[in-house]
Design a binder for this molecule. Structure first.
Ligand code: HEC
Length: 206
C-alpha cells in the first residue's frame, strides 16, 4: 500500500462514519426502526464466521429476489477475506468481499491496472449489535461496464440491494441518485481502478 492510499484510508474513516450512520438509519427505517447500529458487537473472527454461516442462505435468498443476473450464486465466487469484518464505510456492518471469476486480478491489481469488463464485486453484510441482534444487511455491488457506458463513474455501476431484495439504488437503473455517493468515495482509489480491497488483517492468506 503506498503512502497516498494510506492517507486516503485515514481520511475516509472520518467521512465514512458519517456516511455509515446515514446509511444505517435509512436502512433500518425500512427494516426495523428501533434497531440502530450505533453499537456493533466486537466479534472474534470465529464468532463472525459462525454468525455468517448461520445467516448466509437467508441472505442469498433475500438478495436473489432482486433478480440481478450478475449476482447469481455470488456466495460460490472467490472470497477475499478470511472472516467478516466491520466496515465503517458501509454502515458499521460486518461485510465480506466476493469477486466473480472475471475479476481475476482484484487481489493483485497494480497501479493503473484495470479490472476486465464484466467484473462484479459483491460485498454482502450483516448486522450484529452488542445486545446480540443479528440480521442480514444490504448487499453492495460494483460491476465493470463496457468502455464509455458510464463516464461519470469511470464505467463502474454501483448497486445497493436491501436484505429483502428491494433496490436501494442502481446507478444504471432505479433510483440512481440514491447511490451516487458510492463513486464519490471510491474515487479516492482511482489508481487501483476505484477498488479499496480488503483491510490487511482480513486478507485471505495473511
Ligand atoms: C465513505 C467511503 C465509501 C462509500 C460512501 C462507499 N464505499 Fe464501498 N468501499 C469503501 C472502502 C474503504 C472499501 C474497502 C473496505 C471495506 O470493505 O469496507 C469499500 C469496498 C467496496 C466494495 C468491494 C470492492 C473494493 O472496493 O475493494 C464494493 C463492492 C463496494 N465498496 C460498493 C459500494 C457501494 C455500492 C456503495 C454505495 C452504496 C459504496 N461502496 C459506498 C468505501 C466506501
Amino acid at each position: 500500500m503506498n503512502a497516498q492510499t494510506k492517507l486516503s484510508w485515514a481520511g475516509l474513516t472520518v467521512a465514512g462514519l458519517a456516511v455509515g450512520t446515514t446509511m444505517a438509519l435509512s436502512q433500518e427505517s425500512q427494516q426495523d426502526a428501533h434497531i440502530a447500529i450505533a453499537n456493533p458487537a466486537e466479534l472474534s473472527k470465529d464468532e463472525a464466521r459462525n454468525h455468517y454461516r448461520a445467516l448466509r442462505k437467508q441472505m442469498d435468498r433475500g438478495y436473489a429476489t432482486a433478480h440481478l443476473d450478475q449476482l447469481i450464486n455470488y456466495q460460490n465466487w472467490p472470497l477475499f477475506n478470511d472472516a467478516p469484518y466491520i466496515s465503517a464505510t458501509h454502515g458499521q456492518r460486518y461485510v465480506n468481499s466476493y469477486a466473480n471469476r472475471m475479476a481475476h486480478n482484484y487481489g493483485t491489481l497494480g497501479s493503473d491496472e484495470k479490472l476486465p469488463v464484466g467484473s462484479v464485486l459483491a460485498k454482502d453484510s450483516m448486522t450484529v449489535t452488542d445486545e446480540g441482534n443479528v440480521h442480514p444487511g444490504a448487499l453492495f455491488v460494483m460491476e465493470k461496464l463496457p468502455d464509455g457506458s458510464s463516464p461519470e463513474t469511470a464505467d463502474w455501476r454501483y448497486i445497493m440491494v436491501m436484505p429483502d431484495g428491494s433496490l436501494f439504488g442502481d446507478t444504471k437503473g432505479d433510483r440512481p441518485g440514491a447511490v451516487v455517493y458510492c463513486h464519490d468515495c471510491h474515487e479516492a482509489v482511482a489508481e487501483r481502478d476505484y477498488t479499496f480491497f480488503v483491510p490487511e488483517e482480513y486478507r485471505v492468506g495473511n
